[in-house]
Design a binder for this molecule. Structure first.
Ligand code: FEO
Ligand code: CA
Ligand code: CA
Ligand code: CA
Length: 758
């Protein structure tokens, strides 16, 4: 047993002592051994499997990923056996590698710069590479698997041996993209072009033979960039707010940017959210006046979306030259026209949507679905499909104090559309007409969806902003949501819907603005965002929701179109040792404690929940991670009061609703990533036996001054794992990995009652 494992068990012990519900203090190792060995005996009988489990426990944090002895075959059973988590929890660690349980293998599949064609040179990874239109982009984020038949000629929803991966390339670690790091403004055109081109999406074919590998030269391989033509569809198409010099009709735009989470539509297309697009645009210091002053509608809108005049752009692409592909990033009102068709004052209104791409068809134009509103779309996930009922899409707006939204289609679901002849026009049918709602949460565990409709007097008569029409409501969805009093949330990130119960889970990653006694633009604690605390002794020392939580919602009557719901909190992120009356409300232990949940997905095969972290608060102890759990149902926990002492000495009590506390049987850490990364993006093959995960921006903290000094890089992954050029001194690269079980089994669980936990 190495030191780290000893510490882990000591931490387990300490956490357990703080749990008032635990009587006695047996050796935690004894308890763990008993639990694991009993489960193993029940599952696969005694023998080599038991040895493998204990081998993996000893290997946690030190030797994960190694081959394990093949488990004994499962004995014949007379009926379905319940699903059980079947891996030893991975220890928190700060290693510069991907750690998975013993008996699993994590392999790099597709990293920044990897060529998509045979004619594209191998990635040198020294800043000299070009031609990213045929290479992997940067900052892999959301991803999704789309099955192919054996011949690779057609969609096969159940295809697990051959498929197309859709991948979001959210952002960039610019210093590593150039030989000597980033050149300041004015940006050299070649640098700006490269930085643009590494954004967008990848579609790449993947085959299993026998391991999973991406295929160069597949006809499905495709990069989408910020220059790829896109159609704006739905109610805002052609509206005055979308007219630009590029599209005077207001029907098209170029490209997509900062694509964060991803999901799939019920008809087999890729569904991706445009998140922090605001940061890419430049706005001059005198633009308020140019647009008619601070009270002008256009200025109110820009400010609400975080674009004050004088705001710099993230990359300075607008400084790279007079060509239109650079100029478009300057949204200042510079033209003389009344309608904006001679400049790019409206360009930002063509970003901030859910986009839909048919991964099987390069010809059909990519759609930006304006009916689903414009905000910092993390991603969107569909509710369960019921024939004859409308479809629901749930969406988070990831910024401090922003909202949770739901779109409900006008069209009722036709099961034949699960495999339509034309996927993208099926998307037109369901996603271009419907109602957009925003969530309001009540302290008693109920809530309502408030429609964002121009007919609502609270919207039509809103003093802050005079909405012109419903298209204006959709483009300025945040302002309409303000008008109806939606609940300000702790940064809604990914959403996921349980494939059996239909319950919605939303990660609320953290919120440094959540306070007991808020001032200014801060947010007060409430039932659904109930925590505000400090993380002493380590930073951040100012109070807020440091570690985030995961919201759970059940629609009234389990109806997609319901306008009321109930809610509770599935999990509160926390460090295992934190106070269980105020902070560690879910009583997390060393085996499953986490901070800043972000990615979340249910296996469509087994129903396990997978939670990923994008954290900066617990990174003094561990790199970001992925946990696997067997979730319960809304209401399986209890109401809990949190008492705060206000500055005047009085007590403020917040009543929240905590889901059933997880145990080692229901939540375990499955994977820990390399240094300075975010774990994000998650999908699986339909057979549930291969898991794809994205490792985003390992070692992203790097200055221009240190770009020539590999000793100063925080991470060298995946070069240090033997992938690509550079070896132990490589520049770090974002990458998609594939995780499989050495015995070919289901990821994370054993049992035969798949999707049958309820
Ligand atoms: Fe791109 Fe909210 O994470
Ligand atoms: Ca995210
Ligand atoms: Ca995040
Ligand atoms: Ca801490």
């Amino acid at each position: 047993m190495n030191a780290q494992t000893k510490n882990e068990l000591a931490a387990l012990h300490a956490a357990d002592e703080e749990n008032a519900n635990t009587s006695g203090n047996p050796s935690l190792l004894d308890v763990l051994e008993q639990r694991l060995s009993r489960r193993n005996m029940l599952r696969v009988g005694v023998g080599s499997a038991g040895a493998a489990v204990f081998g993996s426990l000893a290997a946690c944090g030190g030797g994960g990923g190694g081959a394990a002895a093949a488990p004994a075959p499962a004995p014949a059973t007379s009926g379905p056996t319940p699903l059980k988590l079947s891996f030893a929890p991975v220890a928190k660690n700060k290693d510069d590698r991907v750690t998975v349980p013993a008996g699993y293998t994590a392999s790099v599949l597709y990293a920044l710069g990897d060529p998509l064609t045979s004619a594209t040179p191998a990635y040198a990874n020294d800043g000299s590479d070009t031609g990213f239109g045929d290479r992997a982009g940067d900052h892999h984020d959301g991803l999704e698997w789309f099955g192919l038949d054996a011949a690779g000629t057609a969609r096969l929803a159940t295809g697990s041996e051959r498929g197309i991966l859709g991948i979001n390339h959210e952002a960039t670690t610019d210093q590593f993209l150039h030989v000597a790091g980033v050149t300041a403004n004015p940006r050299p055109p070649a640098e700006a072009d490269k930085e643009m081109e590494v954004h967008g999406l990848t579609f790449v074919e993947v085959r299993k033979a026998p391991g999973y590998a991406y295929q160069k030269d597949s006809a499905y391989n495709r990069r989408v960039t910020p220059l790829t033509p896109m159609e704006l569809t739905g109610p805002v198409r052609g509206h005055a707010l979308l007219k630009t010099k590029h599209s005077i009709a207001g029907t098209q735009t170029r490209g997509t940017i900062n694509n964060c989470g991803a999901s799939f539509t019920p008809w087999g297309t890729y569904f991706s959210g445009e998140e922090n697009w605001v940061n890419y645009f430049f706005r001059s210091a005198t633009d308020d006046t140019a647009r008619g002053g601070a009270a002008a509608k256009g200025v109110v809108s820009l400010r609400r979306y975080g674009k004050n005049q004088g705001a710099a752009s993230r990359h300075g692409w607008e400084t790279a030259g007079a060509d239109d592909r650079f100029v478009r990033w300057n949204i200042s009102q510079t033209g003389a026209s009344a309608d904006g068709t001679d400049d790019y004052r409206n360009e930002m209104n063509t970003y901030g949507y859910m986009i839909e791409v048919d991964p099987y068809d390069k010809v059909q134009a990519i759609r930006k679905r304006t009916a689903l509103g414009r905000f910092a779309h993390e991603m969107g996930v569909f509710g369960l499909q019921v024939a004859g009922k409308p479809l629901a899409v749930y969406m988070g707006d990831d910024s401090r104090g922003e909202y949770v939204y739901k779109f409900v289609s006008t069209a009722a679901w036709n099961a034949a559309d699960a495999n339509p002849a034309n996927r993208i026009t099926t998307g037109d049918k369901y996603l271009d007409a419907g109602k957009l709602y925003v969530a309001k949460f009540n302290a008693d565990g109920s809530g309502s969806w408030i429609e964002l409709n121009i007919a609502n007097p609270a919207i039509a008569g809103y003093a802050t902003y005079a909405f012109a029409d419903q298209a204006d409501v959709l483009v300025n969805a945040r302002i309409a949501a303000d008008a109806v009093g939606a609940t300000k949330m702790d940064r809604p990130e990914w959403s996921a819907v349980h494939p059996v119960t239909g319950e919605l889970y939303v990660t609320l990653t953290n919120n440094s603005n959540r306070k007991v006694e808020p001032t200014g633009s801060q947010h007060g604690v409430d039932a659904v965002n109930p925590r505000s605390y400090t993380d002493a002794p380590t930073a951040p020392a100012t109070p807020g929701n440091i570690n985030g939580h995961i919201l759970r919602v059940r629609e009234t009557g389990d109806e997609s179109a319901a306008t009321t719901f109930t809610w509770d909190i599935y999990l509160f992120g926390a460090e295992a040792g934190m106070d269980q009356t105020k902070i560690n409300l879910s009583a997390l232990t060393a085996d499953n404690d986490f901070s800043s949940p972000d990615g979340i997905r249910f296996s469509q095969k087994t129903g396990v929940v997978m939670v990923e972290t994008d954290d900066g608060a617990y990174t003094d102890v561990t790199n970001c991670m992925l946990l696997i759990g067997l979730p319960g149902r809304l209401g399986d926990g209890a109401v809990q009061a949190i008492n705060y002492t206000k500055l005047d000495g009085s007590t403020l009590t917040v009543q929240t609703r905590v889901g059933a506390r997880p145990t080692l049987d229901t939540l375990r850490r499955f994977l820990v990533g390399p240094i300075d990364c975010e774990i994000t993006g998650i999908t699986e093959t339909p057979d549930g036996r291969a898991l794809f995960v994205n490792i985003q921006h390992p070692g992203e903290t790097i200055s221009k001054a240190n770009i020539g000094n590999p000793a100063m890089y925080l991470s060298h992954w995946p070069g240090n794992a033997g992938y690509g050029a550079g070896g132990a001194t490589a520049r770090p690269r974002s990458a998609t990995i594939v995780v499989t079980r050495d015995d070919g089994g289901l990821i994370g669980v054993d049992g035969t009652a798949v999707l049958n936990n309820f």
